[in-house]
Unconditional design. Structure first.
Length: 61
């Protein structure tokens, strides 16, 4: 999260979250999101596949 503040290549979603909320709130929100993904994968026996950054930006634009 600290890198997101100063990195122009950071994910726009994280930059927007930091612009709207204090740092600690954004960090907890990101940790919550990660924990939910991990829980769902463990619960359903899935395998994590990192999202393709090009596909993600194409969908959001």
């Amino acid at each position: 999260m600290r890198v997101v503040r100063n990195d122009a290549r950071a994910r726009p979603r994280l930059k927007a979250l930091l612009a709207r909320r204090p740092f600690k709130v954004a960090a907890v929100a990101r940790a919550n999101e990660t924990a939910r993904i991990i829980w769902a994968l463990l619960n359903k026996g899935g395998i994590y596949r990192r999202p393709d950054p090009l596909a993600v930006t194409a969908v959001t634009q």
